[in-house]
Design a protein. Structure first.
Lengths: 384, 390
């Protein structure tokens, strides 16, 4: 796996940083950013080409490039509907040719997409849902309730997990569809604009619904893409607060010394640096694996998501310890980073979710390897 | 994977399938074991798998550095014994190639490669561990020779070594100058009169390392590596090199141990239930795996700088910290999960239990050798984060 950035990738990363420095607000001002400002920043990102996602063999952005963008967004604490919009498109892109028309259309549009997977009390498994698709006169109808849809207020389209004939399916509907009521929802990080949606027999054409085995594939890939981008954004936020803490440690004086000269703090920051850099390595590796269509991509993503979810939080905690009391004031940006990391750590499966999954797979793999090893011996014994 | 890398991996696998001894097949007595391991390294050298990236003129393979990493990964994956001249290959050999004279390299590189002459490193002293610059071993120049006196410790394979790379003071300490000035690197023939080697038993029960005593040992002037006073520079190069290149093969070894642990848990039952089916055990295994895999991802991302220029930067300290963390987490997880079963003492599982107990004990050294965890943090704080000096 090639983990060094190409010149073009470095250019994308730098350009997005420049763009956000120009369009977006400083970390301490994020909660006061106006809707106009958010839209302006989003428009600039779209104009930059943040959704020119690679389809089949065409040129375009892959998982590595999207992770670089997500890292910058996390670093600037930008409040834009990127995560869902990019994750859905990244999940659909490999199947571009075989998708129903209404879903394939998302790949050529630049509409912000809200991801509606969760329901009250549900976890991050995409195998089942309480929300249902039923057959109506001219198509299908969605009924149910979804929660924790990020950027719901900004989303033009919603990607909804719902059961169709007892199987998980993915339906796409305009956020302004008749029968769909949206409500803002409280969130640990208010700037991600979380919301709930109630679907009261919302009509969707058949061509906007993906069911069967294809739906399972796309939903699994959506979980992978979402987890990866959420990890990338958490890594970006953690990187920035760590940088601020290092700068502070080099300036703040106590006991007649710069506090960064105390070994207790130097070691906290060194450990945080290792956590931060290795977390980013894990994101890069998983993204490269996803772009290469590597069989290990899903596992690598679970590793990256579990590791970064814990690691980014740890970095933020360490940074706050270095800042001391000042980071406990509302006007200081530290808690903004902590909040964003906390939300990204949860989305598309928290560390515990991915660890359970990796552990289960590891156990299943051993059982399989054992039966594979034992079968030829059994066959020999039978023939003898 | 590039086609040439795949070819190389397949070639090494075929070679190993035909000839790799399993560590369990090696003789039990230490002397016989070392002889067998010399033979194994020589065999691998003949096949082109030792010093693959070292210059051809000194017996190396002259290939790209990445090829040796690939070979070492395959050796680790197959559970092949480690090369007995590891100190020569990972530590002193690279320093000789970088700083040695033509004559020194001609003399010493070939016997490092085929393990006919084993090397050890005389760096640490009883009063100079993490604080290496406080070392006291002295080398006084007299009649065109150095007279060496002092004591070294933690000398791996010292009892089998023919040569030792020794850091010694060649100038009187001067309080007005930094302490790492005036240190030189000498190549010492372990057969010289006045060299006394005393093996030390480790907590694992093995005697892999020794104390060395130098009592007015005469060292020819031509055995000075680089210039007088270059010892510190060489030592830092050497330690960085060790940290930068060893991680990827070591990671593969840890991964094979993880799989071994999963298999062991599948074989063990507690209260009628396979340990491997326990959700808590599965999560612990997953956490150990995450540490091991992230080590690979990070080492792979940072090894690029080494492969490009041959110099290892401060990021090797990150890799070193992650490597110790991954190894210790795996070994601790193993004894925690197997612990109750080990207490049950099923005679059929004795070898497996002993392996994990030894692996656990050995893992405690991972955050001490080659620069402690605290020293690595200091390096990062100084050289990466540029924090104010203590």
């Amino acid at each position: 796996m090639e983990l060094e950035l190409t010149e073009e990738q470095s250019w994308i990363s730098e350009s997005i940083d420049t763009l956000l420095s120009r369009e977006w607000v400083a970390p301490q001002d994020v909660s006061g950013a106006s809707a106009v400002r958010r839209l302006q920043t989003w428009t600039a990102l779209v104009e930059f080409g943040s959704f020119g996602i690679k389809k089949d063999s065409e040129d375009g952005l892959g998982a590595v490039e999207l992770c670089l963008i997500a890292r910058s967004l996390g670093s600037h604490l930008a409040s834009v509907p990127f995560l869902g919009s990019a994750a859905v498109r990244l999940a659909l892109a490999p199947q571009a040719r075989s998708l129903p028309a209404g879903i394939a259309a998302l790949l050529s549009s630049q509409d912000p997409i809200g991801v509606a997977l969760l329901e009250a009390g549900s976890g991050w498994t995409v195998e089942r849902a309480g929300t249902r698709l039923s057959y109506g006169r001219d198509g299908l109808k969605i009924s149910g309730q979804k929660v924790a849809i990020e950027q719901l207020q900004a989303a033009g389209q919603l990607a909804v997990l719902a059961m169709l004939d007892g199987e998980p399916a993915l339906a796409i509907t305009p956020a302004a569809a008749a029968g769909l009521t949206r409500q803002a929802q409280r969130c640990f990080d208010e700037t991600v604009l979380m919301g709930t949606a109630c679907f009261d027999a919302v009509a969707v054409p058949r061509s906007s619904v993906l069911g069967g085995p294809e739906a399972r594939t796309v939903l699994r890939r959506l979980m992978t893409a979402g987890a990866l981008l959420a990890a990338a954004e958490a890594a970006g936020a953690a990187g920035h607060i760590l940088e601020l803490a290092c700068r502070y440690a080099g300036e703040r004086r106590q006991f007649g010394r710069t506090i960064g000269s105390f070994q207790a703090l130097r070691h906290i920051l060194a450990d945080a640096y290792v956590r931060q850099e290795s977390g980013w390595s894990a994101v890069c590796y998983a993204a490269a694996a996803l772009d290469a269509d590597d069989l290990q991509a899903t596992q690598a993503t679970s590793i990256a998501k579990a590791y970064v979810s814990r690691g980014a939080r740890e970095v933020a905690h360490s940074a706050m310890q270095v800042f001391g009391g000042i980071a406990f004031t509302a006007e200081h940006p530290a808690h903004r980073f902590l909040r964003r990391i906390g939300v990204r750590a949860q989305q598309f499966g928290d560390a515990a979710h991915h660890e359970r999954r990796l552990g289960r797979e590891l156990a299943e793999h051993v059982s399989q390897a054992r039966s594979a090893l034992s079968s030829p011996v059994l066959a020999e014994a039978a023939s003898a | 994977m590039a086609p040439e890398e795949r070819r190389l991996r397949e070639e090494v696998r075929a070679f190993l399938a035909g000839s790799a001894p399993s560590p369990a097949d090696l003789p039990r007595s230490l002397d016989a074991r070392i002889e067998a391991l010399r033979g194994w390294q020589a065999h691998c050298y003949q096949a082109g798998y030792v010093g693959r990236a070292w210059p051809r003129e000194f017996g190396g393979g002259g290939r790209a550095p990445v090829e040796q990493i690939v070979v070492d990964q395959e050796l680790a994956a197959a559970g092949a014994p480690e090369f007995v001249n590891v100190v020569g290959l990972d530590v002193l050999g690279p320093s000789l190639l970088r700083f040695g004279t033509e004559k020194q390299r001609q003399r010493h590189i070939p016997p490092i490669l085929d393990a006919s002459q084993i090397w050890c490193q005389g760096f640490s002293e009883p009063e100079a561990g993490s604080d290496l610059a406080s070392l006291r071993t002295r080398a006084v120049e007299r009649d065109g020779r150095f007279v060496l006196s002092g004591q070294k410790t933690w000398v791996s394979w010292g009892q089998f070594a023919r040569w030792c790379g020794v850091l010694a003071r060649t100038e009187e300490p001067d309080p007005s100058r930094p302490r790492h000035r005036g240190i030189s690197m000498l190549i010492v023939d372990m057969n010289s009169p006045g060299v006394d080697v005393r093996p030390m038993t480790q907590i694992t029960g093995h005697a892999e390392f020794c104390e060395l005593f130098f009592d007015d040992v005469l060292v020819p002037e031509e055995n000075l590596l680089s210039d007088r006073g270059d010892g510190w520079k060489i030592a830092m190069y050497t330690l960085g090199h060790e940290r930068g290149t060893a991680a990827l093969p070591r990671q593969v070894k840890l991964r094979t141990w993880l799989d071994r642990l999963a298999a062991a848990l599948g074989n063990r039952a507690l209260d009628g239930k396979a340990l491997l089916d326990d959700p808590g055990a599965q999560v612990s295994l997953a956490q150990a795996m995450i540490g091991i895999e992230v080590l690979r991802y990070h080492a792979q991302r940072t090894v690029g700088e080494f492969l490009a220029g041959g110099a290892v930067g401060p990021d090797s300290s990150s890799v070193k910290l992650l490597m110790a963390e991954a190894e210790q987490r795996l070994a601790t997880t193993a004894v925690e999960l197997l612990g109750p079963a080990i207490e049950q003492a099923d005679p059929a599982e004795q070898d497996e239990d002993a392996f994990w107990e030894e692996t656990y004990l050995y893992s405690r050294a991972a955050s001490v050798y080659g620069g402690t965890r605290q020293i690595q943090r200091n390096i990062i704080a100084d050289r990466v984060l540029a924090l104010p000096q203590e």
